[in-house]
Design a protein around this ligand. Structure first.
Ligand code: ZN
Length: 166
């Protein structure tokens, strides 16, 4: 899989939407799901704090939304692509695997997300390879600078970096 200009444009738009949902009280993550004809099937921001649910990451919310819109628990027949502003965390890697999404494109890699925000993205040994074995294609580190800027603005505005107390 190669990253096309269209993919870059979609990630840039996802970064913009991330900044928009932050203004609405969401966490600094946003995901959008496209079908193969370029239609937006679903989109969502992270709503962990807003909805009092630790699993409501942007990817999980977008998958829930896509499944509700298509009235299915298996997205595989729809040949969908998920675009997200940051590399999926350990939970979202799992959620994407169970969803039937076929292609994943992400912006900022986890190491940068963790460095900038302090969020813990979890352990993900060889997830690109594991996805490839299952026929799920992944491309990352797309339009990273624009994505990092949104995360830095989130942190600099003093917004919450939420995680379980340890
Ligand atoms: Zn996640």
């Amino acid at each position: 899989m190669t990253v096309t200009q269209l993919d870059k444009d979609r990630i840039l738009e996802v970064h913009k939407q991330t900044a928009e949902v932050i203004k609405k009280g969401n966490g600094p993550f946003f995901a959008r799901v496209y079908d193969k004809d370029g239609n937006i099937v679903a989109e969502a921001g992270n709503s962990v704090v807003k909805d009092n649910c630790p699993v409501y990451h942007a990817e999980v919310n977008a998958i829930r939304c896509a499944c509700a819109n298509l009235k299915t628990y298996d997205l595989a027949p729809y040949d969908l692509s998920l675009y997200v502003n940051a590399e999926p965390c350990i939970m979202c890697v799992g959620a994407i695997m169970w969803s039937g999404i076929k292609k994943v494109y992400y912006g900022v890699p986890s190491k940068d997300v963790e460095r900038i925000t302090g969020f813990d993205e979890g352990f993900k040994p060889n997830w690109h390879e594991e996805f490839a074995k299952r026929g799920i294609e992944v491309e990352g580190d797309i339009e990273v600078e624009a994505g990092k800027k949104v995360l830095e603005d989130y942190v600099n505005s003093g917004k919450e970096v939420y995680m379980p107390s340890r």
